[in-house]
Design a protein around this ligand. Structure first.
Ligand code: ACM
Ligand code: ZN
Length: 669
């Protein structure tokens, strides 16, 4: 039977290539649509097997009438089958019956979620579907520290995400900007470190970074009580989502050391990001907090951060140094690794496993720790080499706080450019070998909220990009085309808006790539040799010496490989050899500014001609101190005139604020 079914599917796939208009997202492993439909309110529910699970029962009862089957009416049959994944399911819809087979309660829930997508509220199309996920972990992370989002918002996201079979919601509950979880044994955390005088993270970060109490006039912040979080865990569980709490350590902990200064090396009550691992009080704190976290969250995994610890005070802290000597550790990195191992062992002794950001990777880490990769897949390779499972959330494809379209058309974001197409292009684990790929638990989209203060803005950043994560996680590397996905994502976000009031980014309004980047520019200097009087940064070489005269202009993002970056007071200073003395009447240099990334327009731009490449005559000078802008700016600086020259020298110097200069082309006409 199974073989026959597979042959049938193979034939269909070859014949049609894509799904018909049913718009399922994520795309199922195999689907065949037949003729005809069945009316949902005509279907009667047969008895449900014990495995069905509360979440699936709820959804089935929303979809179908709950009554004894009558003679002749279509019936919903549920049964269990064995499969590799507990989320596997099969559906067969005919005019007479809706047959659902699933490997477990999770599988029934995934089947019910597919039925909901198939239904227009009245009817289901006749079809046969065989489905299971590529990855067991399909996550979404919300940063509720930088800005606080109420429980109702989290529930709405659970409603939305579960429709696309996302099955993990990672809450970044603690960070410098605010502690967001009630801890009974440490009430000061929520009395004094969950509130701040400024609502905007940017204003707070650029200011004094103080905390305050809830009663302070104008106080911004909030936290979730234990009961609220337990309710959220139940709510999510019914919808097939496990909540993963994250408690940051040893860095990103300024809010903790503000109220418990004794936990940092210096005991300064302000601005200390790191815990002191030399102090036993740190472990007493961490263990008390994690104990309560485990009481609230039943998840197999607990996330303990571990990223970007500065460890600035550790080398001069007597307690840290004593610890290092006692343990015979070579470096402060080893001291962090020891701390993470100790915390991991604490969790393990209580039946839980630790997840940390990829900075926690170290030889001493226990094997069952899971590494969440954010800096790039090369970090995944390091972790799997040491035997760890990994969750892939590289910033290059999974950081949804980046701009999703031309930055000047978007609300201010932290920087970078990550349009839907790029999120969808992610092929998880592609850079790993087969053994490494077996360690990939799944993928995750992360929404950091430094620049995201409102629920509406958060949804705008999440959708539709989280749908691309959902499809990548479910289908792995057997994805279809982006054009097909985009159509389904458009339909799915429209439906999210209609049915749940979600406010997504409207793909119909997408600007798309920077027009200048799409067509090569023809000019006199294309292919000309460029000598660097001050060289470009090795971090942003673009196409090295060819960049500025290759006729190719950059896109919206300074890191796209077309923009060349210069840092230092010498700025950009290049000599272009036009091969022979010739007339020039116009020179265009395009620069970009992205103040968040410390990239600015040049303050002084000088054009020189020269016949020998050594003696220069200035022909044009522009002076303008760059103004800070919230969003990236792209500008051409143009010299016009009449001149004859063999060499052209272009010098662009930074203004008072220093930073970077980025250029993509010097066009000569
Ligand atoms: C991170 O983005 N620092 C995990
Ligand atoms: Zn210390």
């Amino acid at each position: 039977m199974r073989k026959l079914l597979l042959l049938f599917f193979a034939g269909w796939c070859a014949a049609t290539g894509t799904l018909p208009a049913q718009e399922l997202l994520p795309r199922p492993r195999r689907a065949v649509f037949g003729k005809g439909t069945v009316r949902c309110n005509a279907v009667r529910r047969d008895c449900m097997p014990a495995e069905t699970g509360a979440g699936a029962r709820l959804l089935f009862s929303e979809l179908f009438l709950d009554s004894i089957p009558e003679k002749g009416c279509p019936v919903l049959h549920l049964s269990v089958f064995s499969a590799d994944s507990p989320e596997a399911y099969r559906l067969r819809i005919t005019p007479d019956s809706v047959v659902v087979r699933a490997a477990s309660g999770e599988g029934f829930l995934r089947a019910a979620q597919t039925l909901r997508q198939l239904s227009d509220g009245k009817r289901l199309p006749c079809c046969t579907i065989e489905d299971s996920p590529a990855y067991a972990w399909r996550g979404a992370m919300l940063d509720v520290s930088r800005h606080f989002f109420p429980l109702s918002f989290l529930k709405r996201q659970i409603d939305a995400l579960s429709r696309f079979k996302i099955n993990r919601l990672h809450l970044h509950l603690t960070d410098a900007a605010g502690w967001r979880i009630e801890i009974k044994s440490r009430p000061k955390l929520t009395e004094q470190a969950a509130w701040r005088p400024q609502a905007s993270w940017k204003a707070w970060w650029n200011g004094r970074r103080d905390y305050c109490t809830r009663e302070t006039p104008g106080a911004y912040g909030g936290f979730y009580t234990r009961e609220e979080l337990k309710e959220l865990v139940r709510y999510a569980s019914l919808r097939g989502i496990v909540i993963i709490p994250e408690i940051e350590m040893p860095g990103h902990s300024e809010e903790v050391t503000a109220v418990y200064p004794e936990l940092s090396c210096t005991h300064r009550p302000h601005g200390e990001a790191d815990f002191c691992p030399g102090n036993e009080a740190t472990f007493a704190f961490v263990e008390e907090v994690l104990q309560e976290v485990m009481e609230i969250f039943p998840s197999e995994y607990i996330h303990v951060g571990g990223d970007e610890a500065e460890k600035k005070a550790w080398p001069s802290c007597p307690l840290c140094q004593r610890r290092k000597e006692e343990l015979d550790l070579a470096s402060t990195d080893d001291l962090q690794a020891w701390m993470m191992r100790r915390v991991g062992d604490f969790l393990l002794a209580r039946g839980r496993k630790m997840i940390g950001w990829d900075e926690i990777t170290a030889d001493s880490l226990s094997g069952n720790t899971v590494v969440m990769v954010w800096r790039g897949e090369e970090r995944a390779a390091e972790a799997v080499r040491r035997g760890h499972d990994v969750i892939l959330a590289p910033g290059s494809h999974c950081y949804l706080d980046s701009y999703q379209d031309a930055p000047h058309t978007q609300p201010e974001a932290i920087g970078g450019l990550l349009p839907l197409e790029r999120v969808y292009s992610y092929r998880p684990g592609e850079t790993l070998d087969a053994a490494g790929q077996r360690h990939v638990l799944g993928v995750q989209g992360n929404l950091w909220t430094e620049y995201i203060a409102t629920e509406e803005h958060a949804e705008y950043m999440l959708y539709p990009r989280m749908l691309a994560i959902a499809e990548t996680g479910w289908t792995g590397n057997r994805k279809g085309t982006y054009a097909d996905f985009r159509k389904r994502a458009q339909a799915a976000t429209d439906r999210l808006h209609r049915e749940l009031g979600i406010r997504p980014f409207d793909l119909r309004k997408e600007t798309g790539p920077r027009p200048e980047s799409l067509t090569p520019l023809h000019h006199k200097a294309v292919g000309a040799k460029v000598s660097y009087r001050h060289t470009f940064s090795p971090y942003y070489p673009a196409a090295a010496e060819a960049t500025l005269t290759d006729g190719l202009r950059g896109g919206w993002n300074h890191g796209d490989g077309r923009w060349q970056g210069f840092v230092g007071k010498e700025g950009l200073d290049v000599l272009i050899d036009l091969k022979q003395r010739q007339k020039i009447s116009r020179v265009e240099v395009s620069f970009m500014q992205s103040a968040g990334a410390e990239i600015f327009m040049p303050a002084v731009l000088t054009f020189y001609t020269s016949d020998d490449g050594e003696n220069f005559t200035p022909i044009g000078l522009f002076r303008k101190e760059p103004e800070k802008t919230d969003r990236p700016v792209y500008e051409q600086r143009i010299w016009k005139g009449k001149s004859r020259t063999r060499y052209l020298r272009v010098q662009a110097l930074p203004g008072k604020q220093g930073g970077w200069i980025f250029a993509d082309e010097i066009a000569v006409f």
